[in-house]
Design a protein around this ligand. Structure first.
Ligand code: TXA
Ligand code: MG
Length: 325
C-alpha cells in the first residue's frame, strides 16, 4: 500500500490501478472514499472484502458530472435533474432506477443505484481521467468511524487498499445527504451537510422522512454505525460538568468531547473542545472521536451541541456514535 500527494503522476497511477480492478482511496469533500471501477464486478467485490461489509449493502457510484447521469440511471425524474443542477458537484447522493448494465454487486442486488458528483478537485480529476464511474463507500471498516484524513484510511484498511491519493482533510466531514428519487415521492434517507429544508426549497415539495428502521436499506441509517470502539455517551450541556465529575468517581480514564462548558482539567480526563460553528464542528467530528478512541479510554462523554437545522446531521452522527442498539 502506498500514499502519494494527488499530483498528475499520482492520478495517472490511480487510473491505471482502477482499470486493473484494484482499489484506490481518494479524498472527497465529505470523507475519503474506497474506490473501484463501478463497471467491474470483481473489483467491486474487493471493496466489500476490504471493508468487511455485507454484500447486500449498496455503494454510491461517483461520476464526473451530471452529463453522465443517463449512463447509470433510467427513468430519471425532473426532480433529479433539478437537484443535480443545484447541488452537484456537492455532498448529495441520489437514488435512481439503475441502467441495465450497472452490476448488481454495486447496488446490493437492488434495481436502484446511488449517484453523486463529489465537490473535490482530486476526486473530480480522478473521475475525469478515469472516464467512468467509481463505486466508493467511505474508506473505513464496516460500522467504524469514517476517515476524513489519509492517515485514517491507512489506520482503517492497511494493506487492503492498493493506493491512497493524499488530499488533506475533508472540508465537510460528514457523509453526503442521500435522497431516494426512485419512488413516487422523494425520500430523505441520510442527513448531511445539505439540509432537508434546502432540498425542500429547491424542489418546492416536502420530503418523506422515514425513521422506521425495518424499511431502511441504507446501512448509514442503522442505529449502530460510525461508532468508536470505546463506549461513548451523549449528555446535555447544562448538566455536563456534573456528569463528568460523577464519571470521574467511577472510571479511571475519561475522554470528553466538549462544546461550550469550560471543564476542570485533571489527570483522569482528556478533553477536546469542539468548534462553536456547525460547519467547523462537522469538519472535526470524526477526527476528534478517532483521536479519543485511540487513547484507549474507559469511556467517552460527549456534550450535546445545539439541535437546530444546521446541526441535524451532526446530531444524527452523535446519536449513532453513542447508540448501543
Ligand atoms: O459522502 C459520501 O457519500 C461518502 C463519499 C465517499 O462519497 N460515501 C459514503 O458511502 O458515505 P457509504 O457506502 O459509506 O454510504 C453510502 C450509503 C449507504 O448507507 C448505502 O446503503 C446507501 O448509500 N445506498 C447506496 N445505494 C443505495 C440504494 N440503491 N438504495 C438505498 N440506499 C443506497
Ligand atoms: Mg460509510
Amino acid at each position: 500500500m502506498n500514499t502519494m500527494p494527488a499530483n498528475d503522476t499520482a492520478i495517472k497511477h490511480a487510473v491505471h490501478l482502477l482499470r486493473q480492478g484494484r482499489l484506490v482511496a481518494f479524498p472527497t469533500e465529505t470523507v475519503y472514499g474506497l474506490g473501484a471501477d463501478a463497471s467491474n464486478s470483481d473489483a467491486v467485490k474487493r471493496i466489500f472484502q476490504a471493508k468487511g461489509r455485507p454484500a447486500n449493502h449498496p455503494l454510491i457510484v461517483h461520476i464526473s458530472s451530471s452529463d453522465k447521469l443517463d449512463d447509470w440511471a433510467v427513468d430519471i425524474p425532473d426532480m433529479a435533474r433539478i437537484l443535480a443542477t443545484h447541488f452537484w458537484p456537492g455532498p448529495l447522493a441520489m437514488i435512481l432506477s439503475k441502467q441495465a448494465n450497472v452490476p448488481l454487486e454495486v447496488t446490493g442486488g437492488q434495481q436502484t443505484v446511488a449517484l453523486r458528483v463529489p465537490n473535490h478537485p482530486v476526486a473530480l480529476s480522478l473521475l475525469k481521467a478515469f472516464d467512468g464511474g467509481i463505486a466508493a463507500p467511505s474508506a473505513n471498516r464496516f460500522c467504524r468511524i469514517s476517515p476524513t484524513q489519509s492517515a485514517h484510511v491507512r489506520e482503517e484498511l492497511g494493506d487492503n487498499v492498493d493506493f491512497i491519493l493524499e488530499g488533506g482533510s475533508c472540508q465537510v466531514g460528514v457523509e453526503s445527504t442521500i435522497i431516494d428519487l426512485s419512488g413516487d415521492k422523494p425520500k430523505l434517507l441520510r442527513l448531511g451537510h445539505i439540509t432537508q429544508v434546502e432540498i425542500e426549497t429547491v424542489l418546492n415539495t416536502q420530503l418523506i422522512v422515514n425513521s422506521r428502521q425495518s424499511d431502511i436499506r441504507a446501512p448509514g441509517m442503522m442505529a449502530v454505525h460510525y461508532a468508536p470502539t470505546t463506549s461513548a455517551q451523549l449528555y446535555p450541556s447544562d448538566s455536563f460538568s456534573n456528569i463528568v465529575e460523577e464519571f470521574c468517581r467511577q472510571y479511571k480514564k475519561i475522554g470528553l468531547l466538549a462544546y461550550n462548558q469550560q471543564l476542570k482539567d485533571n489527570s483522569q480526563i482528556s478533553i477536546i473542545y469542539m468548534p462553536e460553528q456547525a460547519e467547523a464542528y462537522a469538519q472535526n467530528l470524526y477526527a476528534s472521536l478517532r483521536e479519543l478512541d485511540n487513547l484507549k479510554l474507559d469511556i467517552i462523554l460527549i456534550e450535546q451541541p445545539p439541535k437546530s437545522e444546521l446541526w441535524r446531521a451532526i446530531n444524527d452522527r452523535l446519536l449513532k456514535a453513542t447508540s448501543t442498539v
